[in-house]
Design a protein around this ligand. Structure first.
Ligand code: UT7
Length: 333
């Protein structure tokens, strides 16, 4: 059977660092509150009009392609995951294809928020295992900053999110390393617990213009933070165990867990539940905040740069977020 493995990884984050103390000036918050409740110390927010979601994804992709040691025209397919696309349509995947100046390969956009990267990896894995494609670019890129409510009203959400992009090349494996399994879930009854509602077809522009009660709310993300947190810790643990069971492995067999960077307290809770050591879990939310679809590939690249993964290691990726959706991937490195 053909296996697919991650053959290259890259990321890009904007230069502009926004510290918690900068947010204190904008909204009624404090460095202490943000650090205690989320672990975040700073995040990157785009500060110029030239950077777009697709352009950041392009920079991350160029780095991943170079890391894979292939020519960009060896890419057979693009999967672009984002909740903050350049346009309502077309998707950012085609813009990435244009930016990379590569041949006319297929480009698919995935909209699964914080789980988007693992969903995308899972799709790519199936295409490679079926023999249809050899090298697939899997990208997660987000610009949250422009859409956040930076007044005191938005403080429960806006302090968390950061901008960034990460990408991997998934290739047909030439040895026994590769993706062992992926597991995907959703529970749509909680769709509005973490969402950005307007404008979309439920509140389409003509309805908004005609609505005399329109008060300007719903244009930035809303989150029932506590409820999301409680569901996240349950689903993270469940989906990691599901992956381990599928391969007859135990938590102790995990060499490195990279959880989606939603909240340091969530990562620490999972670490405790699975009885993992500090060296078995990688977190970088302190520097970047929650970059949704980009958080896992960014963390993966940093973990690799810090020599946290060796050939043969078991890498576990897990995510939970808006939808609700959640997912895991178990990979033999
Ligand atoms: O990536 C997708 C998945 N997302 C997540 O997993 C996020 C999950 N949720 C969370 O991470 C946490 O719920 C938050 C970090 C969003 C919030 O932390 P919390 O401990 O659940 O706080 P809370 O919402 O229960 O609010 C506690 C208090 C409230 O004040 P009172 O009512 O106790 O007086 C809030 O008004 O903290 C207040 N608060 C803030 N204070 C200072 C909320 N946001 C802020 C803020 N700065 N930014």
């Amino acid at each position: 059977m053909i296996r697919s493995k991650i053959s290259g990884v890259g990321y890009y984050v904007p230069d502009n660092i926004v510290k918690n103390s900068d947010l204190e000036e904008m909204m009624n918050t404090s460095d202490q509150w943000i650090k205690e409740r989320t672990g975040i110390e700073e995040r990157r927010w785009v500060d110029n009009d030239k950077l777009s979601t697709s352009l950041m994804g392009t920079y991350a992709s160029e780095s991943a392609i170079s890391d894979a040691g292939i020519d960009k025209n060896e890419i057979d397919f693009i999967i672009f995951s984002t909740l903050s696309p350049d346009y309502y349509f077309p998707g950012s995947g085609v813009l990435l294809q244009r930016n990379l100046k590569i041949k006319e390969v297929g480009a698919l956009d995935v909209r699964n928020q914080c789980s988007g990267f693992i969903y995308s990896l899972s799709i790519a894995d199936q295409y490679i295992k079926s023999g249809m494609y050899k090298n697939i670019l899997v990208v997660g890129s987000e610009i949250h900053s422009g859409g956040l409510d930076k007044t005191p009203r938005g403080r429960g959400v806006s302090v968390i999110f950061g901008d960034g992009a990460g990408a991997v090349v998934l290739s047909a494996s030439d040895d026994d390393s590769g993706i062992l399994s992926t597991h995907l879930h959703s529970e749509g009854k909680y769709a509005e617990e973490l969402a950005l509602i307007k404008p979309a077809t439920t509140f389409w522009i003509d309805k908004i213009i005609d609505d005399e009660n329109e008060d300007g709310t719903g244009y930035s993300p809303v989150m029932n933070g506590n409820f999301v947190f409680k569901n996240a810790v349950i689903r993270f643990e469940e989906v990691i165990y599901e992956a381990l069971k599928h391969s007859s492995l135990k938590p102790d067999d995990i060499s490195l867990l990279i959880p989606h960077q939603a909240n340091l307290r969530i990562s620490q809770y999972i670490q405790k539940r699975l009885k993992l050591s500090n060296s078995q879990v990688y977190n970088n939310i302190m520097k970047y905040g929650n970059t949704t679809a980009a958080s896992i590939p960014i963390a993966l690249k940093e973990a690799l740069d810090e020599n946290k993964l060796n050939k043969g290691d078991i890498l576990c990726l897990a995510a939970f977020g808006s939808g609700f959706t959640w997912a895991s991937a178990l990979i033999k490195w």
